[in-house]
Design a protein around this ligand. Structure first.
Ligand SMILES: O=P(O)(O)OC[C@@]1(O)O[C@H](CO)[C@@H](O)[C@@H]1O
Length: 310
């Protein structure tokens, strides 16, 4: 079973308007509220592709209950650690073509006791094969929380996947994650490495450094410009050959990671198919507010080019 850990879940509130002016009333439309957070998005996508998955996270208040109930209604089991306060509501505003405002709140604080409750939960997961840890940490999370969670996963002989923007990523690579999914911004901010689609020397050097630091496999996503995957021996590049109308880029990275994992976790030799599914899924998700229904993925897979770089 692939469990996901979302330390800082959120209700995503997607709305649209035509332009945004200060000091005036803006009438918005198309409001969509969905239970989210990066790891939840991974679980929902894995579930869509028929992979057994369950959600771990800290949840609080009415919004926490909405997310837990919403996830269960979508058919994914949740093991919540209930905390004080109110789980955040993040606001994603589409104000016109190519104009997105992403307002991401800090979230409900957690305590040492909440962290211990999460560790006990992880210790008790009999069927844990892999824990995918995604997203930000809530206020008051201890410096050692992620390391503590990962050490418990490793003690059970399971693997872990990291999709985090925290500078802690540099340190946690030493624990040898099965897979990391940085984007170009995270590589620059955390490791001081610049990469660009098409500049394959810089990509190969970046991959070599990430492997040397401990990452077993790397899925490097570059938004609409494609993605590179490296297993330490070979590097592949995948990109789409068709245009999509972007409604919201929120959730695209999470769904791309999950779509990749949904195939590659159990069939490591199907890198090219996994990349095709990953890119097609991301392309479909940007057309929707939230994750959408993945209805165009099969069709989009035909328009994804994958080539071996090295
Ligand atoms: O603050 P974090 O945890 O980095 O990001 C949270 C978040 O923006 O990420 C997801 C999209 O990737 C959204 O569902 C969610 O609101």
């Amino acid at each position: 079973m692939i469990y996901t850990l979302t330390p800082n879940p959120a209700i995503d509130y997607n709305i649209s308007c035509d332009g945004l002016q200060p000091n005036t009333v803006t009438r918005t439309r198309d409001a969509v509220y969905t239970p989210n957070g990066k790891g939840l998005n991974v679980s929902f996508t894995l579930n869509h592709y028929g992979v057994d998955t369950a959600i771990l996270g800290f949840f609080a208040g009415f919004s926490g209950r909405y997310i837990v109930e919403g996830a269960r209604e979508l058919g994914v089991d949740v093991h919540p650690v209930w905390t004080e306060g109110i789980t955040r509501v993040n606001v994603f505003l589409n104000a016109g073509p190519d104009t997105e405002y992403n307002m991401v709140n800090s979230g409900a604080a957690i305590t040492d006791a909440d962290e211990r409750a999460m560790f006990e939960l992880i210790d008790g997961l009999e069927d844990l094969d892999c824990l995918a840890i995604s997203g930000s940490l809530p206020p008051n999370a201890s410096e050692g929380f992620l390391r503590g969670a990962i050490e418990r996963v490793r003690a059970r002989g399971a693997q872990f996947v990291l999709d985090i923007s925290s500078p802690q990523l540099a340190d946690l690579l030493g624990l040898e994650p099965l897979l990391i999914k940085p984007n170009d911004d995270e590589l620059r901010d955390i490791f001081g490495i610049d990469v660009h689609a098409g500049d394959e020397e810089s990509v190969a050097a970046a991959m070599a450094e990430l492997h040397a630091r401990g990452a077993q496999n790397v899925l490097l996503t570059l938004g609409g410009s494609g993605a590179y995957f490296s297993n330490g021996e070979h590097i592949w590049f995948a990109n789409r050959t068709f245009e999509v109308e972007v409604r919201s880029t929120v959730c695209a990275g999470d769904s791309s990671l999950a779509a990749f994992l949904s195939m590659w976790f159990s069939e490591r030799d199907r890198v090219e198919d996994a990349l095709r599914r990953s890119m097609a899924t991301g392309a479909n998700v940007v057309e929707c507010a939230g994750l959408g229904d993945f209805a165009h993925v099969e069709e989009y897979e035909k328009g994804i080019e994958v080539r071996l770089v090295k």
